[in-house]
Design a protein around this ligand. Structure first.
Ligand SMILES: Cc1cc2nc3c(=O)[nH]c(=O)nc-3n(C[C@H](O)[C@H](O)[C@H](O)COP(=O)(O)OP(=O)(O)OC[C@H]3O[C@@H](n4cnc5c(N)ncnc54)[C@H](O)[C@@H]3O)c2cc1C
Length: 394
């Protein structure tokens, strides 16, 4: 394996870096789980797209720049290094986009991908239901063909950014006699249709990015189906592979956290503050973990570029990045000591000489959800046991 970058890749990195230096907002945008922050992030996505950087590995005609996945990794490294805003349309560009590329018709690619790249249309993922979380094959929402339409009924929940999104991609039971993962269909649903009720779910911090989505006799054109009827499970597994195995959490995110952790360690040491035993090793382990994840991702991308696919090993990946994220944030909180519990801006947060508390607490709270979203880690361990290690189901 050759780990040196080509001249073209180095030039691409320099170009991305200088564009980001000129364009990344100087002040952080408000959280995209608020109406104001969502609008500001959508505007940022518009600017990113105008610069040609919304989704660099996509073909030019769909809003990309025809780069390959290695250049996407380089782009991600520069994006995090520049402290650029979170991607408000991540469910679209990282999950649904690649799935449309693989399963969509030419018309669907031309219809959906450019507006996804520009975030003119922001997407929510509508898989979970009140009685179908880990057990996604228990989906109860139905879609019945009537003329040229599906008539959809049911309830989705935990749709991230669903409170403000324009579209939802979901799975619906289209064969009433089917069981489990058979008889489901993957359908793209505009959220402004009659019969759609979006009810925001307020989180602990008071922000309402999540939503429950109620669908009552919602008519959606049959043309909005992605993949074959009753074969939605196969399409969804491809989406889950991109989510867990590559795109949702690129290594740059964790390299960036590891870098900030080392800075925090050095600042704590320089301020002469106490450092609990073992934390120095934890910081080193966090750095090594982020680098190991990066190398593993380069390996995944090489495999994909050679024509391979992402399979069950994406579950190994998902466990690794989600547990690494929790551990890195726990280490930061240990370094901050009691101050870690303060919110940024509180009077005692910035003590003379002590490093700033930054957004470690917020990051920690979000990191805790990593072992839950994109399929819980318990379920990923089941997948590894059965499909990779070949252990018996019971
Ligand atoms: C931050 C965040 C964002 C999310 N965004 C979205 C989104 O955009 N769209 C969407 O559709 N969903 C989203 N979800 C929902 C997420 O996919 C579900 O929470 C997750 O799949 C678990 O389902 P559940 O909450 O119903 O828990 P349950 O399935 O009820 O699980 C409860 C517990 O039981 C364990 N468990 C369940 N089955 C097994 C088993 N067979 N073996 C061992 N242990 C098991 C689980 O691991 C878990 O610990 C999000 C969740 C979070 C936290």
């Amino acid at each position: 394996m050759d780990l040196t970058y080509t001249d073209e890749q180095r030039a691409f990195r320099a170009e991305v870096r200088s564009w980001l230096e000129a364009h990344v907002p100087k002040e952080p945008l408000p959280s995209f789980d608020t109406a104001e922050g969502f609008a500001a992030h959508r505007e940022w996505e518009r600017e990113l797209n105008a610069g040609g950087y919304a989704m660099v590995p996509w073909p030019v005609e769909y809003g990309g720049r025809g780069a390959d996945l290695l250049e996407w990794l380089i782009f991600e490294e520069e994006y995090y290094r520049a402290g650029a805003p979170g991607r408000v349309n991540q469910n679209g560009i990282f999950l649904l986009g690649p799935t449309i590329m693989e399963y969509g018709t030419d018309e669907q690619r031309a219809r959906y991908l450019p507006k996804m790249a520009s975030s003119e249309e922001v997407w929510a993922q509508g898989w979970s239901e009140p009685n179908a979380g880990s057990d996604m094959a228990a989906i109860q929402a139905t879609a019945v063909v009537d003329g040229d339409d599906y008539v959809i009924n049911g309830q989705k929940t935990w749709a991230s950014r669903g409170a403000y999104a324009d579209w939802l991609f979901g799975m619906f039971r289209t064969d009433p006699d089917s069981e489990r993962h058979r008889g489901l269909t993957f359908i793209l649903v505009p959220l402004d249709l009659p019969g759609v009720t979006v009810r925001p779910i307020e989180q602990l911090d008071g922000e309402a990015g999540f939503a429950e989505v109620f669908l009552d006799d919602v008519r959606v054109s049959v043309a909005n189906r992605l993949g074959a009827p009753n074969k939605g499970w196969d399409v969804a597994m491809a989406t889950a592979g991109f989510e867990r195995g590559l795109m949702l959490r690129s290594p740059a995110r964790f390299q960036n956290t590891a870098r900030k952790l080392v800075e925090l360690y050095r600042a704590t040491e320089a301020a002469g503050l106490p450092i609990p035993p073992g934390v120095r090793d934890d910081v080193a382990r966090a750095w090594i973990g982020a680098e190991a994840y990066t190398l593993n991702t380069y390996q995944t991308v090489s495999h994909l570029l050679a024509g391979g696919k992402i399979g069950s090993e994406s579950s190994l990946n998902k466990i690794f990045w989600s547990e690494l994220d929790v551990k890195m944030h726990e280490t930061a909180l240990s370094l901050l000591g009691a101050r870690a519990e303060l919110l940024p801006g509180s009077p005692a947060a910035e003590l003379g000489g002590a490093p700033g508390i930054g957004d470690w607490l917020d990051g920690y709270l979000f990191a805790l959800s990593g072992p839950i979203y994109a399929g819980t880690n318990e379920v990923q361990r089941n997948i590894i046991a059965e499909r990779i290690l070949g252990l018996p189901r019971k």
